[in-house]
Design a protein around this ligand. Structure first.
Ligand SMILES: O=C(CO)[C@H](O)[C@H](O)COP(=O)(O)O
Ligand SMILES: [Co+2]
Length: 229
């Protein structure tokens, strides 16, 4: 099942991925229905442990709850110190792709291989201050690279353009790699990310702080389509 969903994630781009960090968790069912009606193809879930990042969000019960209300593929962004500690429970909860931070682990390739052995996709993320060289040796083992355009931990932060250089460089060196960006993506920043070669665009405030999710997503889609590379 997860392999089919992973294929859907691979083929979704270019696409906006709503980050549920800022959604109304008191009414998940309605939130998910609105996102599905707006044409969402993949959900982005932010898991924070209060240790790797100074913020705490949610774990398996919420991922499982989201899965009960939606069949959409789930891209789970693990901002946690020990990704392998919770990888299997996250897969059992319904995750289809697990993205861990390269800053959190000793051997990113080994972590990615272990995640893939669980039948789901593996992604590796890097914060704005982390050099691309941190990914040396692991890119053959991952399905996706998540280039952070804010320091992982909070929604609503300002976009850091260092992400654009990293995307362009990865696109050039690994043209077949799936590239995702996360943090401060909105109508002002999304076209530049597309022009730099990005496939998947995580958006939190740019959707959930807007009155109408569908028109917010449609405007972001239009900006992606109009991007010049
Ligand atoms: O991983 C994240 C934060 O660490 C979130 O996915 C991201 O911040 C989305 O929110 P926004 O679009 O408001 O920046
Ligand atoms: Co995220």
């Amino acid at each position: 099942m997860s392999q089919d969903k992973l294929e859907l994630i691979r083929n979704a781009g270019p696409s906006v991925l709503p980050s549920l960090l800022l959604c109304d968790f008191g009414d998940l069912k309605t939130e998910l229905a609105l996102l599905e009606d707006a044409g969402t193809q993949v959900l982005h879930l932010d898991v924070m442990d209060g240790h790797f990042v100074p913020n705490l969000t949610y774990g398996m019960p919420i991922v499982e709850g989201i899965r009960r209300h939606s069949e959409l593929p789930m891209d789970v962004h693990l901002m946690i110190s020990d990704p392998l500690q919770f990888a299997r429970p996250m897969v059992d909860a319904g995750a289809d792709l697990l993205t861990f931070h390269v800053e959190a682990v000793e051997d990113a390739g080994a972590v990615a291989r272990e995640i893939r052995s669980m039948g789901v996709g593996a992604g590796v993320a890097l914060n704005p201050g982390t050099d691309l060289s941190a990914l040396d040796g692991c890119l053959d083992d991952v399905d996706l690279v998540l280039v952070m355009s804010v320091d992982a931990g909070f929604g609503g932060q300002a976009f850091n353009p260092v992400a654009l250089e990293k995307l362009a460089s990865l696109k050039q060196s690994h043209p077949d790699l799936l590239l995702e960006i996360d943090g401060g993506i909105n109508l002002q920043t999304i076209a530049a990310a597309r022009a730099a070669g990005c496939d998947l665009f995580v958006v939190g405030s740019g959707i959930f702080k807007q009155d109408d999710y569908a028109s917010a997503i449609a405007a972001l889609d239009d900006a992606i389509a109009g991007a010049v590379s």
